[in-house]
Design a protein around this ligand. Structure first.
Ligand code: UTP
Length: 289
């Protein structure tokens, strides 16, 4: 079955990037001149996703507004002959169909995904985390979709984490089934380094089968008192219904201050009109520091 819908949970409080995220959702913090979340929506659209389901919250209205129409701005850009800018504004609001549902309280990623149940209905879907970027030149969703097509079940994107960072992630035990594909047999959320079942950690991209909703409903609060998607996925893994892609592409984590700065620099360096001046500036800063 072709995957058409992506759930983007964006209702977290972003405490690691406070105070920037107090009023502006962390998913709306810009990387150069585009909100982080727009890069993620563009990644979904490039993979053939047609409908974006935001799981949002009261304090994050700007997310829906960003992807909605803005008649005053569009008329102003038209009047001033700013055709390129107008085209971009129109592209953003028409590149997918957008719907939103609210998570009443930030009770965890599993709970946020469960909030999208009625909008997803009975079909497999993608989940993309709002502070995790995948470089467009090394996408992972198309290959994850192929794995889902071949083996069925849920599919996680997995990366090799340095041992000292492993306790920040969901970590899997897995068996190889293909060059880049594994069968996930066990998952642990944020394990202590000595308890991690491997160095394969879950990145912020998932393909989930709709039976996950019943499993989340049965999932009690786990690590940090939150309803964890990792714990619901453990039930799928136990019944042989969870696979993973060993993803070797480029990812960026914008959910912490250092990640936000380094990702901004990386994305600015991708822009030919900005890169030379930025390189000169950085050389100068490094010489003087
Ligand atoms: P994170 O754990 O990175 O987000 O969740 P957070 O809780 O906002 O961040 P910190 O740890 O306090 O800094 C990954 C994604 O899941 C969403 C977040 O908005 C983020 O995009 N999320 C998390 C929800 O939608 N609801 C939740 O209850 C938790």
């Amino acid at each position: 079955m072709r995957i058409r819908k992506a759930v983007l949970p964006v209702a977290g409080m972003g405490t690691r990037v406070l105070p920037a995220s107090k009023v502006i959702p962390k998913e709306m913090l810009p990387l150069v001149d585009k909100p982080t979340l727009q890069y993620i929506v563009e990644e979904a659209v490039a993979a053939g996703i047609e409908e974006i389901i935001f799981v949002t919250t009261r304090s994050k209205r700007s997310i829906e507004d960003h992807f909605d129409s803005t008649p005053e701005l569009e008329q102003l850009l038209k009047r001033k002959g700013k055709h390129k800018e107008l085209e971009e504004v129109l592209r953003v609001r028409t590149m997918a169909r957008y719907v939103a549902v609210r998570q009443p309280e930030p009770l965890g990623l599993g709970h946020a995904i469960l909030c999208a149940r009625d909008l997803v209905d009975d079909e497999p879907f993608v989940v993309m985390l709002g502070d995790d970027l995948v470089a467009p030149e090394t996408p992972c969703l198309p290959r994850m979709m192929e794995i889902h097509e071949q083996y069925g079940g849920s599919v996680l994107s997995l990366f090799t984490s340095p041992p000292e960072e492993i306790s920040a992630f969901g970590v899997v035990a897995a068996q190889d089934v293909d060059d880049d594909t594994v069968k996930v047999t066990h998952l642990v959320e944020k394990p202590a380094p000595e308890e991690a079942p491997s160095n394969l950690a879950v990145a912020g991209r998932y393909i989930l089968t709709p039976d996950i909703f019943d499993l989340i409903e049965q999932t009690p609060p786990g690590k940090g008192g939150e309803i964890q998607i990792t714990d619901a996925l453990e039930m799928q893994a136990q019944s042989g219904q969870c696979y993973g892609l060993r993803f070797n592409g480029i990812r960026y984590d914008t959910g912490n201050p250092l990640g936000l700065v380094t990702t901004t620099i990386a994305y600015a360096l991708k822009r030919p009109e900005l890169a030379p001046a930025l390189r000169d500036y950085m050389r100068q800063v490094l010489r003087n520091s």
